[in-house]
Design a protein. Structure first.
Length: 458
């Protein structure tokens, strides 16, 4: 396949939604073509460039699911991202089972769609590479082309993690991924799914810390119409959506105590009820969870059930922080520079040695996510063909040459977070907030602030 700019097709009968999606996806440096119906899309030519399809479930005439089936009949292999309203979720279940990459419920976050588009384009490239390979090179296509394609690094620490992934992936055992924020725990979960026998079925994810406590049960198990105030339609829960596939629950340590027995029941009995229903449903979803907190300590403090912890911790995987795999930093820097030069259309060709050295020596408390956001800012700031990184933002360089060499990593992390909070005038969320500056989730930053004892008076 050539290296032309990727093209994203958007099919939605709502003109305002088409315009919004075109502007959003176009802002990422991608070409976009929009269509008002499935029939219009089928009649259009498809150029030989990396592509993906953003498709509304409900369309006049031929529905989104009908279009997916029609493309399969014509042997047109194009990764599909479904966008759906609350009432369309049962149809989305069938779409995911038929091979859709992702489904997003309206209203969705811009970043979620852009991440899904990037993932779909990468999957399309992998499918094309596999089609073009000789038969003798296709003996293990999952591992070589799909399983670890999004994971960058060659360090011994990372290789050890990937060996554990290969070991546990073919089983149906539950996996608990431990790691600091921004270390790539979701990528490890996806790799387990992609290397498993369930890879042709849905990979459904949920961040337990991002959902209000009162709504988390509905997100996990679903609800019937009228089950509670505001339940205007039936909702299918994540465990039901993930049937025969994999469900990934991030920040599992934040799940409320009162909900933990229901999660334990699903793991042990494979059954649950939607809120407002007495009908027992069954699921064959494999569970992968992740946490950046010490669950064993939470068990001791009676904030997490011990029986649930033991059931989740069947096969633990510890993802190392970036400071423990420094030899991977240059590879990650080049990867992110290439990613954002293509997205932002900047002609950056070289990374100065002093810049690479400074980046490699920094301790990166926000890990890979913080590094990625830093490189994105550097690409935006660069005016010529050389990367111009804002090294003044890396306070650990000052620590390294200070008169107090005994400064601990915890103290350095606290100082770095405190500085970001002050620069953001103590605003945590939003594009200019401290969480965005640090390259971490808002809920994660709240947790770190509490753990490090940071107060505004600091």
């Amino acid at each position: 396949m050539n290296e032309k700019n990727p093209l994203v097709f958007v099919v939605d009968d709502d003109a305002s939604m088409r315009d919004s999606l075109r502007d959003l996806i176009g802002s990422a440096g991608l070409d976009v073509q929009t269509f008002a119906s499935a029939q219009e899309f089928l009649a259009s030519p498809r150029p030989d460039v990396p592509t993906c399809l953003v498709l509304d479930v409900k369309l006049p005439g031929l529905s989104g699911l009908d279009l997916q089936q029609e493309l399969a009949k014509r042997d047109v292999q194009i990764p599909i991202i479904f966008i759906t309203g609350h009432g369309d979720i049962p149809m989305s279940v069938r779409a995911m089972k038929a091979g859709a990459i992702e489904f997003l419920t309206k209203p969705f976050h811009d970043e979620d769609l852009l991440n899904a588009v990037e993932q779909a384009i990468n999957r399309g490239r992998q499918m094309e590479q596999l089609r073009n390979k000789p038969a003798e090179e296709k003996k293990d296509p999952v591992r070589s082309e799909i399983g670890f394609s999004e994971i960058v690094g060659q360090s011994a620490a990372l290789r050890g993690v990937l060996q554990e992934v290969e070991t546990v992936a073919p089983t149906d055992s539950t996996v608990l991924i431990h790691g600091e924020t921004g270390t790539g725990k979701e990528l490890i979960a996806r790799a387990i799914h992609n290397l498993s026998l369930r890879r042709s079925h849905p990979f459904v994810k949920l961040n337990c810390a991002a959902i209000p406590t009162g709504l988390l049960e509905s997100e996990l198990f679903g609800h019937e119409k009228g089950a509670f105030t505001g339940a205007i339609a039936q909702r299918i829960g994540r465990f039901e959506l993930a049937n025969r596939g994999t469900i990934f629950l991030d920040e599992i340590g934040d799940i409320p105590l009162e909900l933990q027995p229901k999660l334990l029941r699903v793991l042990q009995e494979r059954e649950f009820e939607r809120l407002g229903s007495t009908r027992t449903l069954h699921t064959d979803a494999r569970l992968i969870t992740a946490t950046n907190s010490d669950l064993a300590q939470k068990v001791n403090e009676k904030r997490f059930r011990s029986d649930l912890y033991y059931r989740l911790n069947v096969f633990p995987i510890v993802v190392p922080p970036l400071r423990e795999r420094r030899e991977d930093i240059p590879l990650l820097v080049r990867h992110f520079v290439q990613k954002y030069t293509q997205r932002i259309k900047k002609p950056i060709e070289t990374i100065p040695t002093p810049v690479m050295t400074a980046i490699s020596e920094y301790h990166w408390p926000g890990n890979i996510r913080e590094l990625e956001h830093f490189i994105e800012r550097a690409v935006i700031l660069s005016a010529g063909s050389e990367l111009q990184a804002p090294l003044a933002e890396l306070p650990s360089l000052a620590f390294a040459h200070s008169a107090n060499p005994a400064t601990t990593l915890k103290e350095a992390e606290r100082e770095h977070i405190l500085r970001a909070l002050k620069e953001a005038r103590w605003v945590v969320g939003g594009p200019q907030g401290a969480a965005a500056r640090l390259g971490m989730k808002r809920t994660t930053l709240h947790s770190l602030v509490k753990r490090l004892g940071i107060e505004r008076s600091s």
